[in-house]
Each structure stands twice: as C-alpha cells, then as structure tokens.
Ligand binder design. Structure first.
Ligand SMILES: [Zn+2]
Length: 392
C-alpha cells in the first residue's frame, strides 16, 4: 500500500499571478457546481462522471482538460464522502483547484512550481523551510492542490507518495473502545479521560449561548461582531479536538508498534444508514453522529499505515453488554460491568470490558482459520475511499 504525505507550502505569487490563481479557482468551483448539478446524484465514480459530462464542461468553462478531469474527480470524491457521512454534497468554494502531473510540476533548482492556470502556465516561487527542503528534495510529486487559506494567501498542498511499511502478521490485538465514559479506552487499560474535553465543550457552549443571545439583539455592528466571534470559537474547538485526537491516536499506535499488535476498533460508521439496526442508546447515537470519533479513527488509520500497523473495525454489536471472559450478557451501570454468569462473575471497568471485547473479536477475526466468533464481514479502512479519491 502507498502512503501519502501532504506537504503544505506557501506560494509567493506576484499580484498578477495571484489574480490568475483566483480566476482558476473560480472557474474550477463553478465547473464543480455545474457537474454536481447536471450529473445524476447516484453517480459517484469519477470515470463515469467524466464520461457523461467532460465535453460539456470543457466547452463551457475556461479550464484546461486536466483541470476538467480533476473537477470531475473532485465531485466524485465529495459525493463519496457525503455518502459515507449520510449528508448532502456541500457547495464548492472558489478557493482551490486540483492539479495532476501535467498541470503541476515541482522544480528543485529554483524551488518553484509551475501551474496551469486559466491564462497560461505560471512559475511561482515556493516559500520553503528546511523541513520542506528535506521532504521535497529529489521528489517528483504528481498531484497537488492549490488553496487560498483564510489568511488570503495562496498555498500548495503537495502529495508525496511512498511505499508504506509491510504489515506484519500478528496475533496480538489492542482493542480500543470509543467514547463512553472516556474518549478512548484500550484493552491494555490505558484511557483518555473525557472530562477535559467535556469541560472545554461546556465552556464553549456557555460562551456560545451568551453570544447567540447577544447576536439576536443589539446594533447591527455588534451583532456582526458576535457572529464573527462565534465563527472563531468553532474553529478553536475543532482545533482542540484535532489536537486531542492526534495525541490519542499517536499513543495507541506507538503502543501497537512496541507490542507488535494490530488495532481493533468498533465500526461506528454506517450505524445511521441501516434502518433495522437503530442505535440502541443516546450515547451510541451521539458516537455514531460524532465527527470527533470519525476523525480519531481516521488518524489511527493514517498513523497505522505509516508504521505498518493494521487497523480493523468490527461490528459494534454486544461489545458493551457481553462479558469479556465468558461472553455472557452482563449488567453494566455507568462505570462498572458485572458478569451475571455465576461461574465467571467478572467485575470491572465497563469501558475496559468493552475494549477487551473488541480485542477479543479482533483476535478471532485475525486468526488464520478465520472467524470463530462471528461470520459477518469486517470493514477495513475508511482510508481506501479517500486514498482512491486522491488520484491513485
Ligand atoms: Zn463472564
């Protein structure tokens, strides 16, 4: 499997060049909107989309062929993600466009990139740090995204592909239980307390509530200021969540590497989609809806691929209700799990029981003779969809 590192490098365009980048991004977004509107929603394969709409788009928009192809691919990728999250495709902002090996080239001798734009090809200087130099030196990247960030400046996100380490065969499994009392709990009894994040969330939600109140009254300018602050707060909360997820996933992957284990998690995606398997509780509903857990899983998979550690997702049924020793259904209260089997009688932390169950199922799935506990299919990799969307 290939792993992809995305390097974000600031561009230093002249003001003329910046105008051309903006014009290209505008055309690219308009083309995406058009494609998304005209091609029937059930199509989410980029080749299929391209087959039905390419010539129309090429005629109507001021874009080179490869940009049209990338626009088709962008719509396909967004449709796929939307499908996974059971949401509609969001609009396309005129702040970015995707490039391939023909529309983007990196030149090491003067640290520039050449980019196709609506006008002509432009050579734009990169602002490279030593880190960037180390990563880019000797590379011939074949795909990139040109983006205007919130600060108004232009950046290029360069995808660097390399071979991922080969996944080792192993029978060790670390089970990870997501977000009941703790954000994550491993079967090796490591936990990340949800308290800190809950407190932060509460703080933000209190501030938000008061700002929203203010945003509905007051003068026009003070209302606008409240809205701006609200937006900034949302960004900060998201960054905090991402920071936390990075740390948790890093620690779990490090442990998996040290103990030569694979990582088993619950498959929380798709709970919402299936009608006959409604989430059983409020907590589960929150978890299946939560972007945060989706992100945590994504991070685990990313870091897993880098380190050659397999991440498998098992169906979430029974992981919280059955006993990890004897598989009997037990009683769980907020914190404790108690096995009702008189011969067993395991009592312990409910989240740990969940994680141990996940590890158990993961182990059984990963044995050479195949599954002993379950016959249903195991999902692997949210990343498959997104890595194919990157353009193979
Ligand atoms: Zn038991």
């Amino acid at each position: 499997m290939k792993q992809v590192l995305t390097l974000v490098v600031k561009l230093q365009p002249t003001s003329e060049q910046a105008k051309k980048l903006a014009a290209t991004a505008k055309q690219f977004a308009a083309a995406c909107e058009y494609i998304n509107k005209e091609v029937k929603p059930s199509l989410s394969n980029r080749n299929a989309i391209q087959a039905v709409i390419y010539s129309e788009v090429k005629e109507q928009f001021d874009l080179v062929s490869n940009h049209v192809i990338r626009a088709c691919a962008r719509v396909a990728a967004n449709r796929l993600t939307a499908k996974q999250k059971a949401k509609k495709v969001k609009g396309f902002k005129p702040t970015s466009f995707d490039c391939d090996k023909d529309t983007f080239r990196f030149r090491e001798k003067d640290w520039t990139v050449s980019l196709s734009t609506v006008a002509k090809r432009e050579h734009i200087k990169l602002r490279v740090s030593n880190y960037h130099r180390g990563k880019l030196s000797g590379q011939k990247p074949t795909s990139a995204q040109v983006c205007q960030h919130k600060d108004g400046d232009w950046y290029v996100h360069i995808q660097l592909k390399s071979d991922a380490p080969i996944v080792q065969k192993t029978s060790n499994v670390i089970g990870v239980d997501f977000g009941r009392r703790e954000i994550a709990k491993t079967s090796t009894n490591k936990g990340w307390d949800g308290k800190q994040i809950q407190n932060t969330r509460d703080k933000y939600s209190r501030v938000r509530a008061s700002l929203q109140k203010k945003a509905s009254k007051g003068t026009r300018s003070s209302r606008r200021r409240c809205r701006e602050i609200l937006k900034r707060l949302a960004g900060r909360e998201r960054k905090f969540q991402a920071w936390l997820n990075h740390n948790i996933s890093k620690a779990i992957v490090v442990e998996a590497k040290e103990t030569n284990s694979l990582i088993a998690i619950e498959n929380l995606t798709g709970i919402r989609e299936s009608t006959n398997k409604k989430p059983r509780s409020k907590t589960e509903r929150r978890r299946s809806n939560s972007w945060a857990f989706y992100q945590l899983r994504l991070f685990l998979e990313y870091k897993g691929i880098k380190e050659g550690i397999k991440v498998i997702a098992i169906p979430p049924a029974y992981t919280s209700q059955s006993c990890n020793c004897c598989l009997h259904i037990g009683i769980r209260t907020q914190k404790k799990f108690k096995c009702t089997n008189k011969l067993c009688g395991w009592i312990g932390d409910a989240d740990l029981n969940g994680a141990l169950n996940i590890a158990l199922w993961g182990r059984s799935v990963n044995t050479p003779r195949g599954s002993q506990l379950l016959t249903c299919s195991i999902t692997e990799g949210l990343l498959k969809a997104s890595s194919s969307a990157l353009g193979g």
